[in-house]
Design a protein around this ligand. Structure first.
Ligand code: NAG
Ligand code: NAG
Ligand code: NAG
Ligand code: NAG
Ligand code: NAG
Length: 444
């Protein structure tokens, strides 16, 4: 299924970005800082090796809002400035999941694509499915797809290490760490540290076997020993899959995601830019990458860190709002979450105006309403959202027959540019250059 396509080379533009003090822009309970470049940009790198593209598939049906950004954000929104975690159900989480094919030692599996965590793991066939209290329950309750049938290709780590991770919605995964070749697209990362999970508290989708974590090494969750010590003193940072792919010289330190409107699928490309339809490569927005972190991490609490940017502002209904706020760019969240004032103003610009329905925590308008022209301004370029993405026909309220809009109130933050934005752009995560680039995919 994985194919290699020719690279699309983006001509480099040398543009200095003024950096401003971002410390005051973080939502309560979070910290914000610029990511540091580790590789200079060398445009020729893109064309030499080609890049590696594979399809990602949107998963329909129930979603438990696994997206860490969605979970953190919704908690902030519900409780104001406090933080912590809560279970999210399909009724109020607008999370989307994307899966892609990953091979361990040549064995193909579907894994969830997660830019908010760094560990890559597959569940082994002999695993213990547990409930919230840690009691064993039938394996089918964890709703995995096919389990990984083998042991580690190159054996377990010696001395032993184990992974222990608690995701934002409370799911827990643990198991031994070992080495395996990991193949993504047409690239094989050799002798990668991975986990074969043997204990999971998990709400699966009957399709995926594990998670592909695309975040930074600082977010890995391996600990010394095989036992129960997951204290920070026992933690041993390791190189996650994408970092290894780069350090093994397989690809330049960049990946990209293109989500296709109306097909619930998309492209994930390593080392270059996904060849998405309708790209306008003559205008590419370049923004410094920021990292947003949860402060005051509690022991055994989840660790999150997100690819974050600060847009120039929003344009809607002849209005330009250029107040600066950090936004997490998250394909795992369906809607866009904006500061309250802007969210209300945009929702009032629908014809007829959208109303806030408390039971959903979202805005609703007539399903055939006329959406205003809404765009987010990135690096001087306005990314107009397709009006079709602004009214969500899949979420009609049965009582009022109104449809949900894609502009939600993000409260104290963190604010999120979700799928309703990502469908208008190809998003390039240039980790090496500590930059995010956005290529418009105009709809008109
Ligand atoms: C995968 O890469 C190898 C060499 O790196 C190449 O020979 C092969 O044609 C590629 N496969 C596909 C499907 O493009
Ligand atoms: C989360 O869900 C589990 C199982 O449905 C439940 O037992 C637990 O109390 C919930 N936790 C919170 C914080 O709501
Ligand atoms: C899981 O693997 C660890 C080794 O990391 C082992 O100590 C533990 O007993 C295993 N648990 C189960 C339920 O198999
Ligand atoms: C997975 O399959 C089980 C058993 O067939 C079913 O009860 C469950 O609803 C399915 N889960 C999803 C997310 O489709
Ligand atoms: C999706 O495609 C269908 C038919 O292929 C079309 O009727 C519909 O308008 C499209 N929806 C969006 C949001 O583009």
């Amino acid at each position: 299924m994985a194919t290699v396509l020719a690279a699309i080379v983006l001509s480099p533009t040398v543009r200095a970005h003024a950096r401003f003090d971002v410390s005051d822009l973080a939502p309560p309970g979070f910290s914000l800082k610029y990511a540091e470049a580790t590789h200079p940009r060398t445009s020729t790198k893109y064309s030499q090796k080609g890049h590696y593209v594979q399809k990602i598939h949107g998963l329909h049906g129930r979603t438990n809002g696994k997206s860490a950004a969605a979970v953190l954000g919704s908690h902030q929104r519900l409780t104001g400035a406090g933080f912590g975690y809560q279970n999210i159900t399909s009724a109020n989480a607008y999370g989307t999941q994307y899966a892609t094919e990953v091979r361990f030692n040549g064995h193909p599996m579907y894994m969830l694509v997660d830019t908010g965590s760094a560990d890559t793991w597959a569940v082994q066939s002999d695993f213990d499915c547990v409930d919230y209290a840690g009691e064993s329950v039938p394996r089918v309750s964890c709703q995995f797809g096919p389990t990984y049938p083998d042991s580690f290709q190159y054996g377990a780590l010696d001395p032993a290490q184990h992974m222990f991770i608690r995701y934002g919605d409370g799911e827990v995964v643990a198991g031994p760490m070992g080495y395996s070749d990991v193949t993504l697209g047409n690239i094989t990362v050799t002798k990668q540290e991975v986990c074969l999970a043997n204990t999971t508290y998990w709400y699966g989708n009957n399709m995926t076997t594990g998670v592909l974590g695309l975040a930074f090494p600082v977010l890995t969750n391996a600990y010394i020993g095989s036992g129960l010590d997951h204290s920070s003193g026992a933690r041993i940072e390791y190189s996650p899959v994408f970092t290894s792919m780069v350090s093994q010289g397989k690809v330049p330190p960049v990946f990209s995601i293109a989500i296709d409107r109306n097909s619930s699928s998309g492209m994930l490309a390593f080392g270059g830019v996904a060849p998405a339809s309708g790209m306008d490569t003559s205008r590419v927005a370049e923004l410094d990458m920021l990292i947003i972190n949860l402060n005051n991490r509690r022991e055994a609490s989840s660790e999150f860190s997100f690819y974050t940017i600060i847009p120039d502002g929003w344009e809607y209904d002849q209005v330009t709002n250029s107040r600066k706020y950090p936004y997490i760019v998250d394909s795992g969240t369906t809607l866009n979450y904006l500061p309250t004032k802007i969210a209300i103003a945009i929702n009032q610009a629908f014809s007829p105006p959208a109303v806030y329905l408390w039971s959903y925590g979202a805005f609703f308008t007539q399903c055939n309403a006329i959406a205003p022209r809404v765009g987010v301004v990135l690096d001087g370029i306005t990314f107009w959202l397709n009006p079709k993405d602004l009214i969500y026909h899949d979420w009609a309220d049965p009582e009022t027959s109104l449809c949900m809009t894609a502009i939600a109130d993000g409260g104290y933050g963190p604010y999120i540019l979700g799928d309703a934005f990502m469908q208008s752009a190809v998003v390039v995560y240039d980790v090496g250059e500590a930059q995010m680039r956005f290529i418009p995919r105009p709809y008109y």
